[in-house]
Design a protein around this ligand. Structure first.
Ligand code: L34
Length: 288
């Protein structure tokens, strides 16, 4: 219960991700006892994008923490599309592998869509394959992309009713904006999707009881664009010229208006990784 206060509570994604990873860790023990093997996640990284290297390292570390198996496949930036597709085909056929993730973005000479389509849907821990995307939109029980799943888990941790609330999602990407909007709709929120062409963004965001920012524009959302008491989830991960991480939300001004707010770093990023662990467990179970 919160009493009157001008400052938002911090929605601590790092702490919540630890809870989720501990859930997975217990489950890995049970699954190994039951099936005689551990879930196995395979992560492919192409090239040496420093941000991707950090994220992938965090994924492998998280897998190790949960006790599941993991493999890291590092391919050179000039690997051919055909060679990458061949590696994916091998992993699809490998019964010891439960989850396959190809870290995005890929070098320009590789067609990301082809790569995503090549991953067996039952091993698609990102939930990016069209068969999982269609499942999500048709209301099937299917693999939900990690970042959107993490956003929902963060919202649930506030124990706020979502049903009937107005949720504004700023951003319409296939990997965040669109799936988050669908998940909020499934919880009976009234959902608005705003984007770069939205006229008078502030008048839209001021309607939001729940605001999810996923556009990749540092500091786009400021306190004056919020309804007092809004829950603010910042999916942005932008790097300043000095290499500092910042979100799409101007934290200082928004923290004075919001009831809850995620920090960057330490908000959605760690939750993305924790939900990847959950998705790997899910794929493992479905393959048994
Ligand atoms: N295939 N590609 C695929 N799946 C994904 O789910 C991703 N994503 C996005 C980029 N490409 C992908 C990620 O893994 C973004 N993303 C991601 C994962 C982890 C973190 C951020 C983005 C993360 O760990 N963030 C930390 C800070 C890390 C740092 O210091 O740079 C945080 O506290 O926000």
């Amino acid at each position: 219960m919160r009493w009157m206060s001008n400052m938002a509570e911090i929605l601590d994604g790092k702490a919540l991700s630890a809870v989720v990873k501990d859930e997975v860790r217990s489950e890995v023990i049970e699954l190994e006892a039951k099936y005689g093997r551990k879930p196995c996640l395979c992560v492919i990284i192409v090239g040496e994008n420093p941000a991707s290297q950090v994220y992938v390292r965090n994924k492998v570390k998280a897998a190790a923490y949960t006790g599941m198996e993991s493999r890291l496949i590092e391919l050179p930036a000039d690997v051919s599309e055909a060679a990458l597709l061949e590696r994916i085909a091998e992993l699809n056929a490998d019964d010891a592998v439960d989850g396959i993730l190809v870290q995005l973005p890929l070098p320009k000479h590789i067609d990301e869509e082809k790569v995503i389509y090549a991953i067996a849907p039952e091993k698609d821990v990102d939930g990016f394959h069209p068969s999982n995307v269609s499942g999500l939109w048709l209301g099937k029980d299917c693999i939900v992309p990690c970042t959107p799943a993490g956003v929902m888990r963060l919202l649930d941790s506030t124990e706020t009713e979502i049903c009937g609330k107005t949720a504004v999602v700023v951003g319409r990407s296939n990997i965040v904006g669109k799936p988050v909007a669908k998940l909020l709709l499934d919880r009976n929120a009234t959902v608005v999707i705003a984007h770069s062409r939205t006229a008078d963004l502030a008048s839209v965001t001021r309607q939001a009881d729940i605001l999810v920012a996923a556009v990749g524009r540092p500091g786009l959302i400021t306190g004056e664009m919020l309804k007092p008491g809004a829950i603010v989830i910042d999916v942005g991960i932008n790097r300043t010229a000095e290499g500092k991480l910042c979100g799409d939300v101007d934290f200082a001004s928004c923290a004075e208006k919001a009831s809850w707010i995620t920090p960057v770093p330490g908000g959605v990023g760690p939750m993305t990784i924790a939900m990847l662990m959950k998705n790997t467990i899910r794929c493992f179970k479905a393959r048994q």
